[in-house]
Every structure is written in C-alpha cells, then in structure tokens.
Design a protein around this ligand. Structure first.
Ligand SMILES: *Cc1c(COP(=O)(O)O)cnc(C)c1O
Length: 466
C-alpha cells in the first residue's frame, strides 16, 4: 500500500493559475497593504486562503446545474436536496438558506431569549455573532487541551462534560436553549469530536431538556476521524457514521460551501415540527421561499449531488491525507505547527516561527502570511492578533494564545505536486525567518479589521535582501 494514495479523480477542465514573477509579487503584496485578503485572485499562484466555497465540483454536479428548476415555488431540486439530507442526516425537516450563517440567523433568532447562554465546543465567528446578536452569552465548553497547540489527542474537539454541567448548575437549564456542537472544530484547527463524546453530551443535555444542535459544516471530515480513530467504527461507512452522529441531536446548521462540495448554499435541519413551522415563517423574510432559501434551483441540485459524493471514503480519505502530507513535510523540516493535523488546514505557529518578533507590536502571523506570498505566490490567512480584534469595551487588543497562519486546502482542487511546492516555499522561508520584518498599521478598520486592514513593514523591506 502507498502511504499517500494518488488523487481519486482525474482532471477534465483546467483553470490557469496566476504566475507573477518576484518583482510583480513584491509590488502586489505592497499594493495590498501586506494583507493577503486584499490580493487579487489572479495574483495568487496557489490559493490557500480558505476552503469555503472554493470546492471543485464533479462532472455529475456540473451536469446537475443543467437540471436547475428555477420555479419560484416547489422547485424539484429542493425536493431532491430535502430527500438527500433526510436520508443522510436523518433529521425530519430541512430549511434551505443562502449559506451557513443564514441558518445560524434563523436558529438563533427562534430559540434564544435575551439573557440565555449557549455553550459550544469553541466559538466560530458567525455562529457566535448570531447567538450574541439575539442576547445570548456564549460559553466555551471544549476540553482545555484544544487551546494548546502542542497537545496531541485523537479527539481534541470534545466537550468537557464537567464544564457543561457546571454551566447548567450555574445558570439553570431553562436558560440554555441548546448546546452548539461543532463537528469538526474549525478554530481549534479542524479537530474532531468522538461518537462517545457526542453520546455523552446528548445524554446530559436531554436529561435537562436542552437541545443538541450540531454545526454540521465539517461533518464528513469528523466522520473520517471517527472511522480511523474510534474503536468499533473501522468497518462502518462514512454514511453510517454520519447518520449515527446526528441521531443523538435535534437538528443542525450547515454551510454548503464546505462539506457539500459546492460554491454556495446552506440549510437548517430539525426534528421539532413547531420549530420547523416557525423557521419557514422566518426564511421567507430573510432568504426566500422555503423551497429555495436564497439558492438557485441549480445550486440546490449541485448540493444534493455533492453531499452524496462527500460520503465516498476515497474522497474524504484523500482530502484529510493531503493535510497530513503537507503537515509531515513541514514537520520534517522543523516548522512549528498546531498538532495533530486537522481535517481542513495546517496552522503554522507564527509566534514560534518568527521568535524574534513580538506578537503585540510586530504582528508575526500577518507578516508571515505576507512574506510567504512574496516569496512564492502562495496565499494564506492570518489567524492571530489581527483576526482577534479589539475588546468592544476597553478598546484593547484581544491577545489570542494561537498566533497562526492557516494553510487551508480547498476540496479536490490541488494535487500533491502543488503541496510539494507549498511545503518547499514554507521551508525556504523558515531558513530566512530572521530576515522577516514585523508590520505596523497603516489603516485599521473599526470592525472585522483583518479583512481590509493595511500595513507596512517596520524595516525597510518585508524580507531583508529578497
Ligand atoms: C464556514 C463556517 C460557518 C459559516 O458558514 P457560511 O456558509 O460561511 O456562512 C459556520 N461554521 C463553521 C464551522 C464554518 O466553517
């Protein structure tokens, strides 16, 4: 057996990548204010900014686009999607939305009262935003090890049941409408949750009348880790594992831009008929008819087909192995990273990489992300002090423990040869790491500053002598 099996797909259509030379890249990152979000797509060679909506669709999905039924009401593509989600996830009701945050908006608005608490296994940006917007306080109940980049655990996304119990004791179950259980946990590095933990969370929650709502966005990646790591699941299919995972819950929110293998879309699921009725009432106000929810018929068709394709073991095994492949190459060269490698990305530890820079004044992850682009054309994302923003009340910077750049692998887009190039670029930069300058603000936006903020190097050049 090969350690890394080749891509389980062949290429039928190609898209040319940006091929700027060194001087052009230096000019491009300067013009973008040393912020990779502000680069043009055409200026990037390999684009690892995100795996959201960047999936490559299959020939079957592209064929499905031609079957789009764009009727305002009752599109047949919706019924196909509904039937697929019911079969694979096992929930009774499906409400389509334009993307994941549309589903989060509806769920949070309909279930949260001001003063409530919503526990979760680490926060996700848009998920927490909608909980707080509706008056809830988010409480992180993930195990402590999830916050430690060096802790090696099979299921580093698990809920700490004692933390969950303590919250119930503190505020009362009547103030906890649901627990949001993310599978896998994006911001912890794509770390999975075990079936044993899901079951235990479900028992504790249901004993107190608290609902279990999954953030199902990355559920296929989670199922892969269960199959390969949790005793008793080796012989089960991805489909069976997903069905079992969700059998312990009451519903989910889903972003179609990730594990559904499409470029846009999302949905909300539930078993509660009353909640479904109210969700349909709200979806017409914010998304569209309950038979399209902001999506074109063709997009719903592609999503129904993509979700079924994602159940294929060869597909998901290749995806997660690509992450591990990149991780192992970097590890062999001593590059510091968050471990174990998760389901969608490698997180390079920028604080350790640029140990001559200060997190609070030099913004090492922002500088590292810009420098990697400058030497290679590889685009990544800062996930550190810039992304964390300022405290609303004190105006001080949030200072996160994790100061990282995220190398996120889009689904079915790049090959192992592309990852070799990425690894070589990071390793070359690691050798030059002490030549990299810190950055300072030129323009700091008030909200979500990482998207449009602009910087300049503290020294004359971003990479000395390059
Ligand atoms: C992307 C994402 C979301 C939000 O979904 P959108 O489709 O971008 O609105 C929610 N949760 C997780 C874990 C995600 O990765």
């Amino acid at each position: 057996m090969m350690k890394f099996a080749p891509e389980p797909f062949k290429i039928k259509m190609v898209e040319k990548m940006g091929t700027l030379n060194k001087e052009e890249r230096k000019a491009a990152i300067k013009a973008a204010g040393y912020n990779t979000f502000l680069l043009k797509s055409e200026e990037c060679f390999i684009d690892l900014l995100t795996d959201s909506g960047t999936n490559a669709m299959s020939d079957h999905q592209w064929a499905g686009l031609m079957l789009g039924d764009e009727a305002y009401g009752g599109s047949r593509n919706f019924y196909h999607l509904e039937e697929t989600v019911r079969e694979l996830f096992g929930f009774k009701y499906v409400v389509p939305t334009h993307q994941g945050r549309g589903a989060e908006n509806i769920l949070s608005s309909l279930t949260i009262k001001p003063g409530d608490y919503v526990p979760g296994n680490m926060y996700f940006t848009t998920t927490r935003f909608h909980q707080e917007r509706n008056g809830a306080t988010f409480r992180d109940v993930i195990i402590d090890e999830a916050h430690d980049p060096t802790a090696i655990l099979d299921f580093k996304g698990n809920v700490d049941l004692a933390k969950f119990q303590a919250l119930i004791d503190e505020v009362g179950a009547e103030h906890i409408p649901y627990i949001c259980l993310a599978v896998t946990v994006n911001l912890a590095g794509g770390q999975p949750v075990s079936i044993a933990n899901i079951k235990a969370v479900s028992e504790l929650a249901h004993k107190h009348g608290i609902k279990v709502m999954f953030d199902a966005t990355r559920c296929v990646e989670n199922a892969y880790f269960i199959k390969t790591r949790e005793p008793g699941y080796q012989d089960k299919t991805i489909k069976e594992i997903i069905h079992e995972m969700f059998s312990y819950g009451d519903g989910c929110t889903m972003s179609g831009k990730k594990d559904c293998l499409t470029n846009i879309g999302g949905f909300l699921c539930m078993n509660d008929e009353d909640l479904y009725t109210r969700a349909c009432g709200m979806v017409v106000q914010f998304e569209g008819m309950p038979s399209y929810g902001g999506m074109a018929g063709r997009d719903m068709e592609a999503m129904a087909i993509g979700l079924r394709e994602a159940m294929d073991y060869e597909y998901i095994s290749h995806r997660v192995n690509q992450i591990r492949y990149l991780g192992e190459k970097l590890d062999a060269a001593g590059v510091p990273m968050v471990k174990p490698y998760g389901g969608h990305a490698i997180f390079v530890d920028a604080r350790a990489f640029l140990d001559h820079l200060d997190q609070a004044t030099d913004f090492p992850a922002q500088a590292l992300s810009a420098a990697l682009y400058e030497i290679s054309g590889v685009r990544t994302m800062e996930r550190g002090i810039i992304s964390a923003g300022r405290d609303n009340v004190t105006g001080e910077d949030h200072v996160p423990k994790l100061e990282t750049i995220r190398l996120t692998i889009p689904r079915r887009v790049y090959t192992y040869a592309h990852l070799d190039y990425v690894a070589d670029a990071v390793i070359e930069l690691y050798k030059k790491r002490h030549d990299i300058s810190g950055l300072r603000w030129v323009y700091e936006p008030k909200a979500l500053r990482f998207f449009t903020g602009r910087f300049e190097p503290r020294n004359e050049e971003l990479i000395k002598g390059y």
